[in-house]
Design a protein around this ligand. Structure first.
Ligand SMILES: [Zn+2]
Ligand SMILES: [Zn+2]
Ligand SMILES: [Zn+2]
Length: 190
């Protein structure tokens, strides 16, 4: 790969707002761009990327009274390279701010189209299994709504049973630390 020779004259481009957002391997597309649909007018002082710090997670005993060992995350997930100005380097170097989840423990606050870039690693917060399960859960939810609207209660109950299993598995992923919130740190790319 050739160097980015336009560095010294390039504008600050947090999240690749001028191209398309590609946080952590294109996990997010334009739908999640949210409030970052603006351009920063400051000149970039360097190229940076977010790195996942890793950590230890998981907090539940097993049903049989044993202990579920905490998940260890090696971290190392990398965000896309961003040209950043001094202000944004400072902003993204602070933190991470307190991560949070919605009451049902399924939706992280902030990170997705949210207010802070460095809140948590999306690859850790949305591993493939959790993403697939969440998609299935959403589809089942729509099905249930339709069955309910048409009064098809036995079908509703059947899908609800499937849904309960999906939700239980998702809960398990959270509780055992498979889904977790790794902080991100900003590193300069040489
Ligand atoms: Zn900037
Ligand atoms: Zn990560
Ligand atoms: Zn992690």
């Amino acid at each position: 790969m050739s160097a980015n020779t336009g560095l010294l004259t390039s504008r600050c481009d947090p999240f690749g707002a001028e191209s398309r957002i590609q946080m952590l391997g294109g996990l997010y597309d334009e739908r999640h761009r949210g409030q970052y649909m603006w351009h920063c007018a400051e000149p970039a002082i360097g190229r940076y990327r977010m790195i996942c710090t890793g950590g230890d997670y998981g907090f539940r005993g097993a049903n049989d009274g044993g202990i579920v060992s905490a998940s260890h995350c090696d971290g190392g997930h990398q965000g896309q390279v961003m040209a950043l100005c001094e202000v944004h380097v400072a902003e993204f170097s602070v933190g991470p701010p307190k991560p949070g989840w919605s009451k049902d423990m399924r939706t992280p606050h902030g990170q997705v189209g949210g207010t802070k870039a460095n809140e948590m690693c999306p690859a850790c917060a949305f591993p493939p299994e959790a993403r697939a399960l969440t998609e299935t859960a959403n589809a089942l939810q729509q099905q249930m709504a339709q069955y309910q609207a048409y009064g098809l209660m036995s079908e509703f109950a059947r899908v609800q049973g499937q849904q309960d299993q999906i939700r239980a598995r998702l809960d398990e992923l959270h509780q055992t630390g498979r889904v977790h919130k790794c902080p991100l740190i900003l590193r300069e790319v040489s």
